[in-house]
Design a protein around this ligand. Structure first.
Ligand code: SF4
Length: 80
């Protein structure tokens, strides 16, 4: 599974941080940080989700109030 985080869309509510340690707070920027993510030109950040973290990562994506986090399984978007 792959997670994709849209930094532009993020409004820094940090619910995702409470659900999965793959997200951390950047208080100064008011944005979440996807740890070990690979930054793309369009300001999205992507990484693979370790199998043992899939449940937590999916919760992180579900709780985001602005749908800044998407989860893909085999290339197919499963959340949101
Ligand atoms: S829950 Fe969404 S809006 Fe809030 S910090 Fe995480 S990505 Fe940003």
């Amino acid at each position: 599974m792959r997670i994709e985080y849209d930094r532009d869309t993020c409004i820094g509510m940090f619910q995702c941080v409470a659900e999965w340690e793959g997200f951390e707070r950047d208080e100064d920027a008011g944005k979440a940080v996807l740890v070990d993510g690979e930054e793309r030109e369009d300001d999205t950040v992507v990484r693979e989700i370790p199998p043992e973290a899939e449940l937590d990562a999916k919760f992180a994506a579900r709780v985001c109030p602005v749908d800044a986090i998407a989860v893909y399984d085999d290339g197919e978007q499963v959340i949101p």
